[in-house]
Design a protein around this ligand. Sequence first.
Ligand SMILES: Cc1cc2nc3c(=O)[nH]c(=O)nc-3n(C[C@H](O)[C@H](O)[C@H](O)COP(=O)(O)O)c2cc1C
Length: 378
Amino acid sequence: MNEVNGLIAQRAFSDSGLTAQRSGCLAGSLYLAPMEDVTDPAFRMLCKRYGADRVYTEFVNADALVRDIASTTRKLTIHDEERPVAIQIYGREPESMADAARIVEQAKPDFIDINFGCPVKKVAGKGAGAGLLKDVPKMLEITRAVVNAVHTPVTCKTRLGWDENDLIPRENPLGLQKSYSVSGLTAERSYSANGLTGEAGHKSTFIVDLSLALQDCGIQELAIHGRTRSQMYRGEADWTLIGEVKNCPRIRIPIIGNGDVTTPERAKECFERYGVDAIMIGRATFGCPWLFAEMKGLPAPQSMAEKVAVLKEHVLAAIQWCGGDERKGIVHSRRHFAASPVFKGLADFRQTRIALLRAETTEEVFAIMDEIVEKWGQ
Ligand SMILES: Cc1cc2nc3c(=O)[nH]c(=O)nc-3n(C[C@H](O)[C@H](O)[C@H](O)COP(=O)(O)O)c2cc1C
């Protein structure tokens, strides 16, 4: 067991004064979404401890893996305690993605996930991530190449489409040739929801057809973020199209819904209304790794003091993840302090918040946190 591992694993559910909550019953699983610079081993292990059914690494660049760049290969660090864990990769060429998948497989993740959803310019603008929503034949080639390259189950994560035009049902929304073939898989444009294969005049929705096409490539699960690429993170996630995919009779693989799930009530509603097999949660976990436990009705920290104790533990684990560099680990943790619900809505908190976000040593951070509990904790 390495150090980060040891730190997180030391505390089991029962040893930290955690109190049992009402029992919640969800129809499916809850996953920690892949997030760049956020879902490192320290954070993943905390989320796992508080009930995440699967965790994902941040996305890992395929070309950098193939070139054996140390700062990239470090992202493949996973621990048995966090399983099941998915390592996510992104890239724009089938060959390098297949090579990267083979490298990733040596780290023994439970899943290899392909990112077809990243909207940022430096990724999508270069034809990777969500950029592949504009070149579906290539996206399918990549998927096929990765599936064929490894024995590990392959999953994908994508968005509803490139822009709002993809939300409207239309003929052949993937823009495939009439007789389309991907590495030995031939399809007569058969990616339509009701099986009317490529029939002239038949209209279907981009994400439904895309899901069927990815399923045909041999992926085991598909996660869908309910936004288009052009929406980036703006507006509200649209779950109706996620539900449409899940309810398509030809979809056999589990469908994971993602986008704006922040409360136990919303998680329950998404399972019930859209029938997804799992929900992936991203931003709502910042400074709140116990959210999974709250959603599942498992023991979770209740008082401010209990929650702050978990945040402190995260700071120490983050420092260890940053090679013992105290300042780096604290800077790395700031996103969590800034967004944590623990520090939301406190009266006259502004100056303390500024101090917390400026602190550079563990001693300072912990002292401010203790002061917060003293002043605002009940
Ligand atoms: C800081 C940040 C980093 C992200 N990095 C990734 C990533 O590496 N791979 C990925 O597939 N999605 C990434 N995403 C998208 C999230 O996985 C998720 O799809 C998105 O935040 C919507 O879910 P949410 O509303 O629960 O946050 C990132 C999101 C944020 C906010």
